[in-house]
Design a protein around this ligand. Structure first.
Ligand code: GLA
Length: 388
């Protein structure tokens, strides 16, 4: 996690010398359940020990925000009343979340903010959700007497993506960032929003991320196209079954998907096929975890990778290569993690194979792409909180 004193020193230097309150929110991993959140399915994320730390303070103005992105050395001032908001992509998260918190009844006024993060950007670990939930936590505390519930902060973060950043994401990332708990993964039912903490201590195994360092950019990207494909399939199934209520692919069966196969076209069919399979795999992983059957967990992870690569088509050459290396090294489970189009693989690996796997992955990836993948050992950390 970013050092508080470092953030504080920048906050004091770039504004009026006064200190504020400091908040932290994490990025996330996801064991399994990819692209299921906006389809009403299950996800299995956990918060990580990397995140965003922000110092914030009301500045006495009606609606002027002075914001400093420490890592980018970029300062942007804007007014909350400006209907267009600021342009810099990082500042859209501050502008967006402030307006969404206002919609929830928080009387947000002008404030100063400086922040820094250590979630690798574009790695599929939700650096953007870490920002949204961190800023939401701060605004709720400074202006809202902490009256906004955790779930409403999750939804405010998601609405920020939809309304100000151009990504029609689901709720997994913001949920994990707000509700995370050290040592626990969480199984969330994205339709009912019920969730359960799962202590995750896989005896003899560990989770490690290999970052291909291929940038992923979800805004205005094929991510939204994937979501549209899923919604199109649901529309067709609903039309074929007017007696039923079909809101998302969660409500649809394999048989119903087959019925509309020709009508929806080959591409949308493949997308929905992946989602239905993934829905089943998350539940299979829960059972396997309850039984301590990590080999089964790993098997499901490889299946997810295959589906994400061939049917959902959100992988890329580099990630498929990392997945092959994992398989060849006897790694228990491996798959692309997060939205896709670059980023990381998540790997469940036996302790005794870890060293050789990492060495082999670094060497072969470097030979092929001219740089090593980055390696992040997963430590499951806490969710959004006030540090001081
Ligand atoms: C991104 C989105 C999430 C989720 C994942 C894929 O991280 O923000 O809502 O859809 O992709 O599982």
């Amino acid at each position: 996690m970013v050092d508080i004193e470092f953030v504080r020193s920048r906050f004091v230097k770039h504004f009026d010398g006064k200190t504020g309150n400091v908040y932290a929110s994490p990025g996330r991993i996801n064991l399994i359940g990819e692209h299921t959140d906006y389809n009403g399915g299950f996800v299995f994320p956990g918060a990580v020990d990397k995140g965003v730390v922000a110092e914030m303070r009301a500045n006495g103005t009606e609606d002027t925000v002075m914001a400093y992105a420490i890592d980018l050395k970029d300062r942007v001032d804007f007014k909350l009343s400006d209907p267009n908001g600021p342009k810099a992509s990082w500042s859209r998260y501050i502008y967006g979340i402030a307006l969404e918190m206002k919609k929830l009844g928080v009387p947000v006024k002008g404030f100063n903010i400086a922040f820094s993060g250590d979630v690798p950007l574009g790695a599929g670990m939700s650096s953007s959700a870490a920002m949204e939930s961190c800023f939401a936590c701060g605004l709720n505390d400074i202006f809202g007497e902490n009256k906004v519930s955790q779930w409403d902060m999750v939804l405010a973060g998601q609405a920020t993506e939809h309304n100000y950043c151009g990504v029609n994401c689901g709720i997994m990332d913001q949920f994990a960032s707000v509700f995370g708990k050290a040592g626990c993964l969480m199984r969330l039912d994205c339709r009912s929003r019920e969730f359960e903490y799962f202590p995750f201590k896989p005896d003899g195994y560990r989770l490690v991320l290999l970052d291909s360092v291929v940038k992923h950019q979800l805004a205005g990207s094929p991510y939204n196209d994937r979501r549209n494909s899923c919604e199109n399939v649901v529309k067709h199934i609903q039309a074929a079954h007017p007696e039923g209520k079909f809101e998302t692919l969660r409500d649809c069966t394999w048989e119903q998907l087959e019925e509309v196969k020709d009508a929806v076209g080959a591409e949308d069919y493949k997308r929905a096929k992946f989602v239905l399979g993934e829905k089943d795999r998350v539940l299979a992983v829960c059972d396997a975890l309850n039984e301590g059957d990590y080999e089964k967990v790993g098997e499901m992870m490889y299946k997810t990778h295959e589906g994400l690569s061939k049917d959902y088509e959100v992988s890329c050459e580099e990630l498929d290569f990392l997945n092959d290396i994992a398989k060849e090294n006897g790694v228990t489970g491996s798959r692309i993690m997060g939205g896709g189009f670059g980023g990381c693989t998540i790997n469940l690996v036996r302790n005794d194979l870890y060293k050789k796997f990492i060495e082999d992955a670094k060497k072969r990836f470097n030979e092929k792409y001219g740089h090593e993948p980055k390696v992040y050992d997963v430590i499951i950390g806490d969710g959004s909180r006030k540090l001081c």
